[in-house]
Write a protein that binds this ligand. Structure first.
Ligand code: SF4
Length: 308
């Protein structure tokens, strides 16, 4: 199997980090523009206008659209020969921290020591999946603390059923209030075990905003929860208004008959993500952003979909 050159992978990691923190993917921007159009009250309208102006400025100046450039969670699909993928991602994060630049957010959890490069034990964190078609696909999700801190896991009893899921979603949103910088995207995991469930909630945030789960029962639950929670009145940046949510996505896994895990992972209006697909010949295609040809060796504009 042909090996993708290390330099292409490292450069691509730097590029998707730059893209993720300076420009939102088309699906997220479209959801923010829709909410701007729908908001009528001066306070919520003004907040949405500020968010949209911020997006424009960040893109024009190439600077991060929020000062909290997050910690860095990667999702890698391995379908091609490559070298030390973890080492290359770490090199890319270290370079992007200097070159973009990114705020150094990663600290030791007990001593709070900050090495200053966004690197540490298990940071950046990498989820691996088998890929196909001979390609390597890398997604980065920079995750700010304001939204992440509002995430919750509940190990419900099976008798709590769907009613328990809905109550948990509502209580999590009420507890979060304006802290996660609404309008927010809610990722919900249902099933698996405690760790699997939380991972599913995070993965749900990668789907294009407003997309539906292919399982019709889960798609119906997504719709019901979106409609029930969107109009709760928290509104853009917590100042009231018609829209609190960008979307509500659910991912699931089968679980033990005696378990009923439910998790919520919240993403703020700055719902950042960027995905690149690297072909065995070193060509790079950006799946979430419209990158001008020639900006990076072998890259070409894509921008066909908002995630995976
Ligand atoms: S929650 Fe999101 S928008 Fe708010 S400060 Fe953190 S990264 Fe920025």
């Amino acid at each position: 199997m042909a090996m993708i050159p290390d330099k292409v992978i490292e450069d691509t990691v730097v590029e998707i980090l730059r893209l993720a923190v300076t420009k939102l993917p088309a699906d997220v921007e479209a959801a923010l523009r829709r909410i701007y159009e729908e908001e009528k009250e001066p306070a919520s309208k003004m907040q949405m206008q500020a968010i949209l102006e911020n997006l424009k400025l960040a893109e024009e100046t190439g600077t991060p659209l929020c000062q909290d450039t997050g910690i860095h969670v990667f999702f890698v699909r391995l379908g091609a020969g490559c070298g030390d993928i973890e080492g290359l991602i770490r090199k890319g994060v270290e370079r992007a921290t200097k070159e973009v630049p990114l705020r150094p957010n990663a600290v030791h959890p007990v001593t709070r020591r900050n090495p200053g490069q966004n690197l540490g034990v298990h940071m950046p964190y990498i989820y691996y999946e088998p890929g196909s078609g001979g390609c390597l696909e890398i997604t980065v999700m920079p995750k700010g603390a304001g939204s992440e801190n509002m995430s919750q896991l509940a190990m419900l009893t099976p008798s709590a059923g769907v009613k328990g899921i809905k109550e948990f979603a509502l209580n999590t949103l009420l507890r979060a209030g304006s802290n996660p910088c609404p309008p927010i995207l809610i990722g919900m995991g249902i099933g698996g075990s405690a760790d699997i469930c939380m991972g599913l909630a995070k993965k749900a945030l990668l789907r294009p905003v407003g997309s539906s789960n292919p399982d019709p029962d889960l798609a119906r639950l997504e719709r019901e929860l979106f409609e029930a929670l969107n109009g709760i009145g928290i509104g853009p940046m917590g100042l009231g208004g018609k829209n609190t949510l960008l979307g509500f996505h659910i991912e699931h896994a089968f679980c033990h008959t005696a378990s009923h895990p439910v998790a919520v992972n919240i993403q703020c209006w700055a719902a950042r993500k960027a995905t690149a697909r690297i072909f065995p010949d070193g060509r790079v295609e950006y799946l979430t952003h419209d990158v001008k040809a020639g900006r990076q060796q072998g890259s070409r504009a894509a921008g066909k979909k908002g995630g995976r």
